[in-house]
Design a protein around this ligand. Structure first.
Ligand SMILES: [Zn+2]
Length: 108
């Protein structure tokens, strides 16, 4: 969900708000007035901080080198691992019929 900055026209207080595309125009009120959207520069992520690899002691000084290094050594960054979807649970054969028979027997 995108982050937007809004400013109160009365007290000039600025705040950051999250809005989905559907609620884009749903702006909060401050001092009894509707706040106004403030146009901000987009957030740009810089490159990673250089580090020395614990695997081979090489100096990693860019994001592309970091990715290449992980791939070369078969490593996966935490949070980027692929997770297999859970397997559906199959009930033992005949369970449904056994349950129906037992419930019907109790009801008689
Ligand atoms: Zn205000």
């Amino acid at each position: 969900m995108p982050l937007y900055r809004v400013k109160c026209p009365s007290c000039q207080t600025e705040q950051d708000i999250f809005r989905s595309f559907e609620t884009y125009d749903d702006l909060p009120e401050c001092c009894g007035e509707r706040t106004a959207r403030v146009i901000c520069a987009p957030l740009v992520h810089g490159d990673i901080q250089p580090y020395v690899s614990m695997i081979d002691g090489s100096h990693i000084n860019s994001r592309s080198r970091h990715r290449e290094h992980l791939k070369t050594h078969g490593c996966i960054e935490v949070g980027n691992e692929k997770v297999a979807p859970p397997k559906p649970i199959q009930p033992p054969a005949g369970l449904k019929e056994t349950l129906i028979r037992n419930v019907n027997a109790k009801l008689r």
